[in-house]
Design a protein around this ligand. Sequence first.
Ligand SMILES: Nc1ncnc2c1ncn2[C@@H]1O[C@H](COP(=O)(O)OP(=O)(O)O[C@H]2O[C@H](CO)[C@@H](O)[C@H](O)[C@H]2O)[C@@H](O)[C@H]1O
Length: 490
Amino acid sequence: MYILMATPECAPVAKAGGLGDFVQGLSRELAAQGHQVEIILPKYDCLRYDRVQGMTPEHADLWVPFYERAVHCDVEVGEVDGLTCYFIDAHSEHGFFNRGAIYGDADDPDRFTFFSHAILAFLIASGRRPDIIHCNEWQTGLLPVLLFERYTALGLEKTRVCYSLHNLGHQGWSTPTVLEMNGLDVGRLMTPDRLQDPGNSQAVNLMKGGIVFSNFVTTVSPRYAWEIQHSDQGVGLQGVLRTHDRKFGGVLNGIDTTIWNPATDPFIAAHYDLEQLPAKGGNKRALRERLGLTDAPKPIVAVVSRLDRQKGIELIRHGIDASLARDAQFVLLGSAQDPAINALFWDAKQALAEHPDVHLELGYDEELAHLIYAGADMILIPSVYEPCGLTQMIAMRYGCVPIVRRVGGLADTVFDANYSDRPYEERNGYVFDEPTFEGLESALDRAIGLWRDYPDHFRQLRLNGMRMDNSWARPAQDYLNIYEHIRVRA
Ligand SMILES: Nc1ncnc2c1ncn2[C@@H]1O[C@H](COP(=O)(O)OP(=O)(O)O[C@H]2O[C@H](CO)[C@@H](O)[C@H](O)[C@H]2O)[C@@H](O)[C@H]1O
């Protein structure tokens, strides 16, 4: 099968969070199973060019419709960790992809609908005819709309769309000008059953467009699939998702177990696996050395996260003091877009600058993240909502025990050491329900208590987590079944 991944992110070249891992991991697994998988991304100025091999021109003089005119683009191709990746270079006066960051500008709906449009224009101009375009997030929500409204008739009649939702907190709300910009009929599309936002009749909702016009819609865990249809976690799209229930389902994400592998990871200090768990200690020492923490018989509690409201900012902040109060060490690697959240953590960093048991690293650092998973004993994930969550899966693979709130994919992957109804060998972490300081502290108490008083039991929890199969093998098969189901057979 020929599958094209349409996405604003792909690790390691353009990653702001878990979407980048999703695209890379699923694509590599599908390619390993013999499918033709290609990825298409904007050619951002902030791409990690050092991770692209053999970037060469692929298609010159692509003209992408833009209002009454067209914008000149070039398409380049390169290899990213063995995958073919196309990059759309837009020579627009707006510098659409030259903003120094992937997201965060007021005209993001313009930038990414332009990208979606450019993908279809490229397919037509270059004669490529994928069986499946796998779209992701609101950024590519307009692609199936454009496909159905315009491009099917221009030669893509056999291409079908699978659309994955990774976060309902961002739906691509915009004004109808974004439809005009792309030559679409506003009157026809701004209706309650098409792109009109359910909560604001003046607004276009790009994610809703993707849901309505795609052949199949997925989200990234079964629990989140239920939550967004039946609770306010759907952020207004509950009704739309229930209407389209017959083409909607939750597929639990995997992680790329080649890239996230403590036995071979090039970014960690000491390699280890199930049989050589004590070697993990070398990473704890290296982490302390790198971040200036004292070497003492204390557990390290870590957070690796985008610092966004979704992730439970107050609880993360409280987790620092709560860990220190329990004589644990605390390490945070976090990047915030919101200036208020950024300021909150900079203040904490300054206040704790002299403390020998804590280090807050504010920013994005892929390599350091690997060392933290390998060196820490526990990872704290107190999310308000969590579509899937990859950090708990990565942490478990590295023998780092997750402490999580019971939401979304966290509830589907972490089973409480004391209270789960699963067999003991499947229990792998600590789970709390209420998004309160008390809830978090009760789980933290149990985790730190076990680490201190029953090290053998704690070791068993680490091993249970390391044994879990969170690879892409099974979810990739689920996606292949979906692709087969919607695909047009010749
Ligand atoms: N400051 C930092 N420096 C370095 N690395 C950092 C970092 N902050 C985060 N990361 C890395 O980014 C990834 C984050 O994964 P999450 O699942 O938490 O994703 P996120 O919420 O971004 O994605 C959304 O999409 C994914 C994929 O579907 C869902 O799992 C998730 O629930 C949903 O919110 C991990 O690989 C983590 O190591």
